[in-house]
Ligand binder design. Structure first.
Ligand code: ATP
Length: 617
């Protein structure tokens, strides 16, 4: 719908079913909270308000001046007055636009500053969330809150806020001007505008619904194409002889789409018919009634006055239509704020205690004392786990997939907190230790190595920003990856690609070992990759990790025999319980879970690895 110059456009005017269902409850607290974000900028907000007021009033002037241009200039045949009035009208429009520029600048300044504050607050809060938040929430959702929802807030401030004010002002000024000219025509205008805006709105809604429907079918067709025209999709279709079936499915969706598209474009066409007819009835009705009043009743009305009325009427449509959308805008705005506040209100589960302990030196002793843990109360993952690791020693944790090995080690740097019992680091419950201290002294090489997009150097410096070149090289040598880096043209400045994708799994893991070594942690946790690496890479990792285990307190989640053998003690975990513990030889003989694992997994690997390792056993 055409927006009169006074009416600022508002975002799509209708709520979807989902939006209607999820309408937020607007409480006083919510409003107070929303306004608390605007409050710091109250001075700028008031200035914007004043500017909007001035520019809205000025923008109405050319319409009002039209009457004088006609009566005093044209009908009176006075060229001088005509030119003056035209110049005045142009000048006022220019002035209004200049003020409009200042207002837009201020507006976007305020909106940007408010969203800057909100984004920072959200990011800081998200960083405090525990690992379980990130595992249970969809990454897309988290990013949407950070981006679109906060973007929504910005649009509320720049569009909704200004549009409400300027539309109300435009309406008031137009109506006052109309009443000044002639009250009968003014009342006629007031009756006409909603009579015409409401049906156009209804027609607009039908069209909007059709567009949405056709969009959904469009997505369906795209989905079908993506699925069946991909390499693996086609393979499946061919192997199962589903060509005919898929064709029928596609044909159906395609037919649905053309029908909808035709209806949609016709609805658009009808919409335009309704719109132009209705909007032209208004001026005609004013001309007619104005003419009758002027000719039959000798009313105090000039041709110019009637033209002004028609012009002002045209200015009413936009603001009235926008104001009809306000409820929708308001609900969307509140929903946006509510979603953002939901995130702000999520409790920080893993927090630093105010009186957290920062010991002078870390040794790496670990005690698990009757540890229980669950992600979800319905399923206990760790059940009464107890073990002790003395500084300088190493333990290997072995067990079937899903038995809780990674969960166990994640409790040490407090990625999660125990639900029962306690985990102690150097004799102090990890929950009483300073988080930064704890995490600084516990180094984890996880199964899934994550390198961010940058050079190898950048990735290493992440662990120790002030590391010298020599330290970097030493760590890389220890991690058995220096030869590879030297062989690269760019050396340490080689880019690793997105998530380190330009490197092989083994190279990535060795770089991440080097990264942890730079941190020089008192305790090293190594979660060995379950996925098969080629034997060269595997041996290289093995060569890197063995001397490390010798020299450091370490916990190894081990899947390969050589790693297990380098540990001082082996803990065998099954279904979240330590079922066996001890040395390799005695465990093999015991005939329990370990023996089974040995027979099914390790022994086979052993044969592949060659006689060197066989000797060890
Ligand atoms: P693998 O050797 O395959 O890595 P694992 O022994 O390390 O296995 P964990 O990763 O500790 O096993 O998982 C133990 C159990 O906890 C599994 O059954 C898993 O499904 C469940 N689990 C792991 N992480 C979560 C999580 N964030 N939320 C809910 N359940 C989880």
């Amino acid at each position: 719908m055409s927006m009169g110059p006074g009416g600022r456009g508002m975002r799509g005017g209708f709520l979807t079913e989902e939006e209607k269902k999820n309408q937020p409850k607007v409480t006083k607290e919510l409003l107070v909270r929303v306004f608390s974000y605007l409050a710091p900028y109250w001075k700028q907000l008031i200035l914007t308000l004043v500017l909007i007021l001035i520019s809205s009033v000025l923008r109405m002037q050319p319409s009002i001046l039209t009457g004088r241009i006609i009566d005093e200039g044209l009908i009176n045949r006075n060229l001088e007055v005509l030119i003056k009035l035209i110049l005045l009208s142009l000048g006022v429009t220019f002035g209004a636009e200049m003020i409009g520029v200042a207002e837009s600048y201020l507006n976007s300044w305020i909106a940007q500053h408010i969203t800057f504050d909100m984004r920072n607050k959200m990011y800081a809060h998200l960083q405090k969330m525990s690992q379980s938040f990130f595992t249970s929430n969809n990454q897309g959702d988290i990013i949407t809150r950070m981006t679109s929802d906060i973007q929504g807030v910005q649009s509320i401030i720049t569009n909704t806020f200004t549009s409400i004010i300027s539309n109300v002002i435009t309406l008031v000024v137009a109506l006052v001007a109309m009443f000044q000219k002639n009250w009968i025509l003014a009342i006629l205008g007031i009756i006409l505008v909603p009579l015409f805006t409401i049906p156009t709105r209804a027609a607009g809604k039908t069209r909007w619904e059709l567009t949405r429907e056709s969009q959904a079918v469009h997505d369906e067709v795209n989905g079908l194409l993506n699925e069946t025209l991909s390499v693996s999709g086609q393979l499946l279709v061919k192997l199962f002889g589903k060509e005919e079936y898929e064709y029928k499915k596609y044909e159906n969706a395609n037919r649905k789409m053309i029908n909808l598209n035709i209806r949609e474009s016709m609805a658009g066409r009808w919409f335009r018919v309704i719109l132009s007819t209705l909007t032209s009835i208004g001026p005609m009705a004013l001309y007619l009634v104005g003419g009758i009043l002027m000719m039959k009743y000798d009313a105090d009305l000039s041709v110019g006055d009637i033209t002004v009325m028609v012009s002002l009427l045209g200015r009413l449509y936009g603001p009235v239509n926008s104001l009809l959308n306000i409820q929708t805008e308001w609900i969307r705005a509140m929903a946006n704020f509510t979603r953002i506040f939901e995130y702000y209100d999520m409790p920080v589960e893993i927090e630093n205690k105010p009186d957290a302990i920062v010991p002078e030196k870390a040794y790496g002793n670990v005690d698990f004392e009757h540890v229980f843990f669950h992600y979800d109360p319905s399923r206990e993952i760790l059940k009464d786990v107890s073990f002790t690791l003395k500084s300088g020693n190493s333990v290997a944790i072995v067990g079937p997939s899903g038995s809780g090995k990674s969960t166990m080690v994640n409790l040490i740097p407090r990625l999660y907190d125990v639900t029962g019992g306690s985990v102690k680091f150097d004799g102090v419950d990890v929950r009483d230790l300073d988080l930064a201290y704890l995490r600084n002294n516990v180094g984890v090489v996880s199964q899934e190595t994550y390198l961010f997009n940058g050079s190898i150097r950048d990735n290493l410096l992440y662990a120790k920003p002030d590391a010298t070149e020599q330290e970097l090289i030493e760590a890389l040598k220890k991690a058995n990856i220096y030869d590879f880096i030297e062989s690269q043209d760019e050396g340490l400045d080689t880019m690793v690609g997105n998530r380190g994708l330009k490197l092989s799994g083994g190279e990535k893991q060795r770089i991440s070992i080097a990264r942890v070594l730079l941190k020089d942690p008192a305790l090293l946790i190594f979660d060995e990759a379950t996925s098969a690496l080629d034997s060269i890479n595997e041996n290289k990792i093995q060569e890197a990790i063995e001397p490390l285990i010798e020299s450091r307190t370490s916990i190894l989640i081990a899947h390969r025999l050589s790693t297990i053998l380098s540990a001082d003690e082996i803990l065998v975990v099954r279904d979240g319980e330590i079922v066996e513990r001890g040395q390799h030889e005695e465990l093999v003989k015991a005939g329990g879970v370990y023996t089974e694992l040995y027979e099914t997994q390790f022994k086979k690997a052993l044969e592949v690895m060659g006689k060197d390792n066989v000797k060890v056993c």
